[in-house]
Structures are given as structure tokens and as C-alpha cells.
Design a protein. Structure first.
Length: 339
């Protein structure tokens, strides 16, 4: 909602510095609803770069990787160019759904954490809502817009497959994306974030892609789903380790807050490295799967940095390495399965 313009003040009518509270120079609140307090610098409005930053592009590997794995698991099934194991349009639509949900949840988190004050003292890139660079309503509309794109792409998949029950899965995914930090009782504030990330960005995204393409889910798809789901949980965990102190102050009880700093770092290491144990299964049946072990060149440093990190900046490096692990693992294993 637009705010009324601030009234012009005649310079002659401005009281001396010793004036009563409520005046422009006396330290009172601005007369404009929602206006900034006196003495506080005006916040620069969000630029295109800020909006791109709000989408948190570094998290998109978590959406791309499961679709790549699910598509590969479907592709190896007996098929012709447009046969049961390969439908290029459906594969693209699955990617649109995953990417839109990821970006949507990023903007929804920006909105929800911003209006709650959780991001008030956040370390890292500034958030659109918390910084005042964008109106909360605008950020929410953008988030809902991406959820809408995901819903439309999902609807096309349902129409083309005839599997109408998938509408329910899609609806639950969108609701879960919003209520991660949204609503009165966001589950992300009660230590359940990793569980839902594992389910939706691991199992549902990977196995769902395979089913949309081949009308079945194979063992390869399920194992790949578990592997990439664990990596996604690791990415969330290291992000929350960085924010433990501030989340405590804000009343946000993430899993990292609940189990403590040291335990969280150990759990992160287990989550990030366990998928390489699952990888041993694929090496038995796919000649090039062993090449994915080269991804350990990023995973091991990420674990080492997280275990020994003393500053938020070090944890941000680990976060980026973990996202790289997700991308390389998903694309690498997907290529090994399909080719």
C-alpha cells in the first residue's frame, strides 16, 4: 500500500533543538506511517542486481541436480525418441517446477524472516525486506509469482501424463515452500527444515521427475534421490550454523540451534559425505560413475572448513563449496547413468 506523501515543513516553523518530542529535530517518530526514524539514513531502493541477489542463485543447484538425476534414471529405461523413458518437454517442465519453487521459497523466506525481524542483524548479503530496499508486499508478490509459475508448469505435466494425483503432490510442495518460514508457526523455526528439504528437494524432486517421464520409479532414482537430498540438507545445515547466534536471539530454533554448534558441524560432515557411500552402488553398474568421486575435491575442503571455521566468512565459503558439490554430484552422476 502506498504511503501518503510527507507534509512540507516551513523552515521558520521548525522548533529549536530543545523542542518537545515529536518534532523533526526532537527525536520523535516520523509523521509518515512506516517512515524511517529521524537521523536514520534513507535506504537505497532495490536495484535489478538486488532482486537477482534475492533469488539466491547460489541455491539453484539444489533444484537442478535432482531433476538431472531423475531424468537420467528415466532415460536409461527402454525408449524411443518420444517413448516412455524420455519426453524432452516434460523434462524441461520438471526443471521449471524445481527452479521456480527454489526461487519462490527464497523470496518467501526473505519476506517472512524480514517482517519477523529475524534478518535484522543477519550476516551476509542484505535481504530485500529486512533492509527496507523493497516493500514486504512486493517481495511477497514476487514469491507468489514464482509459485504460480511452478503451479502452471506442474499442471501441464499433469495434463500430459494424465496422473491427476500429482496435483496434490504439487500443492503440498508449494504449501511446504511457503510455510518453511511463513505463517504463524513456520516449521523451519522448529528444527524441521532439513527434514522437509530432504523430502521435497531430494525424494520428491528426483523420483517425481523420473515418474513424470517414465510413469515409474526405479531403484537408481530412489538412491540418487536420497543422495542429493542429503547434500541439500548439508547446504541448509551449514547456512544455519553460520546464523546460530542470531537465530537464537530471534527465536528461530533451527536444527543447528537445537543440537548446538559442535554437533551441527559433525552432522554437516556426515550429510555431505554420506552420498559418496551411496555412489559405490552406482559404480557397480555404470562404468563412469567412479568419476563422480572427484567431487570429493570440493566436499572434503567444505567439511574441513566447517569443522574449523571461526568466522561467518569461512562458513560462507563452505556454503558455496557445498552448493558446488550438489551441482557436480547431480550432473556428474546423471551423466554417468545416462551415458
Amino acid at each position: 500500500m502506498a504511503t501518503p506523501k510527507q507534509q512540507r515543513i516551513d523552515p521558520k516553523s521548525v522548533p529549536a533543538p530543545s523542542a518537545k518530542k515529536g518534532s523533526a529535530s526532537g527525536g520523535g517518530k516520523s509523521r509518515r506511517p512506516g517512515g524511517r526514524p529521524p537521523g536514520v539514513a534513507k535506504v537505497k531502493k532495490a536495484t535489478a542486481r538486488d532482486w537477482i541477489g534475492g533469488a539466491r542463485l547460489q541455491t539453484l543447484p539444489l533444484a537442478l541436480a535432482p531433476v538431472a538425476l531423475g531424468t537420467a534414471a528415466a532415460y536409461v529405461l527402454p525408449h524411443e525418441d518420444a517413448g516412455p523413458g524420455w519426453h524432452w518437454l516434460r523434462a524441461i517442465l520438471c526443471l521449471v517446477v524445481a527452479l521456480s519453487l527454489q526461487i519462490g521459497v527464497n523470496f518467501a523466506n526473505d519476506y517472512s524472516d524480514g517482517i519477523r525481524g529475524t534478518d535484522k542483524h543477519r550476516v551476509g548479503p542484505r535481504r530485500l525486506t529486512a533492509s527496507g530496499a523493497a516493500r514486504p508486499r512486493t517481495v511477497l508478490i514476487v514469491a507468489l509469482g514464482f509459485f504460480g509459475v511452478a503451479a502452471i508448469a506442474g499442471l501441464v505435466i499433469v495434463i500430459r501424463t494424465g496422473q491427476w494425483w500429482l496435483l496434490g503432490v504439487g500443492a503440498v510442495a508449494i504449501v511446504a515452500a511457503y510455510f518453511y518460514t511463513g505463517g504463524k508457526r513456520p516449521y523451519g523455526y522448529y528444527g524441521l527444515g532439513e527434514l522437509f528439504v530432504f523430502v521435497f528437494f531430494g525424494l520428491v524432486a528426483t523420483a517425481g521427475t523420473t515418474f513424470a517421464l517414465a510413469a515409474t520409479v526405479t531403484l537408481e532414482s530412489w538412491l540418487a534421490a536420497v543422495a542429493i537430498g542429503l547434500i541439500a540438507c548439508a547446504v541448509l545445515m551449514v547456512n544455519n550454523i553460520r546464523d546460530i547466534a542470531l537465530d537464537k536471539l530471534a527465536g528461530k530454533r533451527t536444527l543447528a540451534v537445537l543440537i548446538g554448534n559442535r554437533a551441527s558441524r559433525i552432522v554437516f560432515g556426515v550429510l555431505l559425505l554420506a552420498p559418496f557411500g551411496i555412489l559405490s552402488f552406482f559404480t557397480l553398474f555404470y562404468d563412469n560413475a567412479y568419476l563422480v568421486y572427484f567431487v570429493l575435491l570440493a566436499a572434503i575442503p567444505a567439511v574441513g572448513i566447517t569443522i574449523s571455521a571461526k568466522t561467518p566468512g569461512e562458513l560462507i565459503i563452505s556454503l558455496r563449496l557445498s552448493a558446488l558439490v550438489a551441482l557436480a554430484y547431480g550432473l556428474g552422476l546423471g551423466w554417468a547413468i545416462a551415458f
